[in-house]
Design a protein around this ligand. Structure first.
Ligand SMILES: Cc1cc2nc3c(=O)[nH]c(=O)nc-3n(C[C@H](O)[C@H](O)[C@H](O)COP(=O)(O)OP(=O)(O)OC[C@H]3O[C@@H](n4cnc5c(N)ncnc54)[C@H](O)[C@@H]3O)c2cc1C
Length: 445
């Protein structure tokens, strides 16, 4: 194979695509604009930087669709998963990682691979010929975004996610907070105590909701839409939907016992999760926000245990660029109008680190097979990877297309199983068993 595969964007998707292609024998040039040109969210020049949460979410490959996606990527020799496993932090049933060690390790692996050349370049125009994967993510640079808009004729959609704040551990009052994972979930003592909990009584909760509702929020720029992605709603938007919404969401008090007052059931609980291996930083779980910085500090210090909190990073809002994939991409992630350009990652309309990396894995494999003159069999729809791919390139309604997390709703039903809540465990197990068999068969082919 003499042709080179060019990959643009060294994020979660581009890094995985480069790894998969290089392993399969392709010569890869990975074009990443950082550190010469940055984005507002990335803070380093490293590859596969996690810009917000340090979690890859559930690692349960029997009962959870994202856990199944982890499994599929591990089976495919995925770099993102192997480095996440190597830099795992205790987080109950979730896969949380030490973000700095993780992205440093991905960078090392890629730059030392003999088939990969890393170039610090910003792609500003769409390339004419050759094999390309574009994985420039939700913060695709403006010139390339404009070039894509001109090529596709479609409006790139924009919406806002919000960044959760990070607190210094030594500023948390441990007379009030305590370590415990919900329902003491986890294999090891460390995992069973992966979260820091801050309890609230009814009055504290009501005062907190009032403060959230009254706080100064960041204004949207003219022409920007404020359509939030439901999986990542800012905390104050959740509060606007109803005073009890947070008690049923990130602040639910179930499965936790306050050792400082074991007889008193908290009315609500704020959870913080370890954000680095040293245990010096904790992020406030589910507290993405678009409150102004000054307001954030005041409101979050109302949380018992965080009265004297120091923030390593406050929350923020961000823009997300993605293609209308159902109309623009074929089922091999190629731009229909220019099949030498393949897309991967969040720009294809998937949402999340894991989903983005999974689309990178697929794009890398598909590109190499094509360069080698092979056609891979269709990616089975019953797998997590296939279900996502099918959704973005055909299953989703193009008119109302919004970024999608992997979930069992994207899977074709398994016939003959009990419906409803009671049958859920059996149903999910049947989905994951079926997916695993199909994925292994596809990989072998
Ligand atoms: C602020 C923010 C917070 C997020 N929080 C989370 C979260 O907590 N959990 C979660 O699962 N997902 C989160 N996401 C969504 C998404 O899953 C991640 O952004 C993920 O990193 C997407 O992977 P990607 O590879 O598609 O893009 P990225 O990881 O962003 O990688 C794209 C890369 O392309 C580079 N690039 C951009 N334009 C060019 C160009 N023209 N030429 C060359 N290089 C270019 C960028 O520098 C970047 O390195 C968040 C997104 C944002 C923006």
């Amino acid at each position: 194979m003499t042709q080179t595969l060019n990959i643009v964007g060294g994020g979660l998707a581009g890094s995985e695509a480069a790894w998969q292609a290089a392993r399969a024998g392709a010569k890869v040039v990975l074009h990443e604009m950082r550190p010469a040109t940055g984005t507002f969210a990335h803070q380093t020049g490293k590859l596969a930087e996690m810009v917000c949460s340090n979690s890859f979410r559930s690692d349960d490959d029997e009962q959870n669709a994202v856990g199944l996606l982890h499994w599929e990527m591990r089976q495919a020799g995925g770099l993102i998963m192997s480095m996440a496993d190597a830099h795992r932090l205790p987080a109950g049933g979730a896969l949380a990682v030490d973000r700095e060690a993780f992205s440093a390790a991905v960078t090392e692996k890629l730059i030392h691979h003999p088939n990969i050349t890393l170039q610090t370049t910003e792609l500003k125009n769409l390339p004419g010929d050759g094999s390309w994967i574009i994985a420039t993510g939700p913060l695709t640079s403006a010139p390339l975004g404009e070039a894509l808009r001109a090529e596709t004729g479609a409006e790139a959609l924009a919406f806002f996610d919000a960044i959760a704040p990070i607190v210094y551990a030594d500023s948390i009052d441990m007379e009030k907070a305590w370590f415990q994972s919900r329902y003491d979930k986890g294999e090891t003592p460390q995992e069973r105590t992966a979260y820091l909990n801050c309890p609230m009584d009814r009055d504290q909760y009501e005062a907190f909701i009032d403060a959230l509702l009254a706080a100064d929020k960041t204004e949207f720029h003219a022409g920007e839409t404020a359509g939030y992605f439901n999986g990542c709603l800012p905390i104050e938007v959740m509060a606007e939907r109803g005073r009890e919404t947070l008690r049923h969401g990130p602040m639910k008090p179930v499965g936790l016992t306050n050792p400082h007052q074991p007889q008193v059931k908290p009315h609500a609980v704020v959870q913080l999760r370890r954000d680095n291996a040293l245990g010096t930083l904790f992020n406030i779980v589910g507290f993405q926000t678009k409150m102004k910085y000054g307001a954030q500090a005041a409101v979050f210090k109302m949380i018992p245990g965080l009265e004297n909190a120091r923030f390593a990073r406050l929350g923020g809002i961000h823009r997300n660029t993605f293609l209308n994939a159902p109309t623009l991409l074929d089922d091999r992630l190629r731009l229909k109008s220019r099949p030498n350009l393949r897309f991967a990652g969040q720009i294809t309309g998937v949402e999340g680190y894991v989903e983005s990396a999974a689309m990178g894995l697929l794009a890398g494999r598909l590109a190499v097979a094509e360069m080698q003159g092979r056609t891979l069999p269709p990616i089975p729809h019953v797998t997590a990877t296939g279900a996502l791919l099918h959704h973005i390139t055909g299953g989703a309604d193009a008119k109302s297309f919004q970024p999608m997390n992997v979930n069992f709703g994207l899977f074709p039903p398994v016939e003959g199983l009990r419906g409803g809540r009671r049958g859920r465990r059996d149903r999910y197990k049947a989905y994951t068993d079926r997916a695993k068999a199909a994925w292994l068969e596809w990989l072998a082919a």
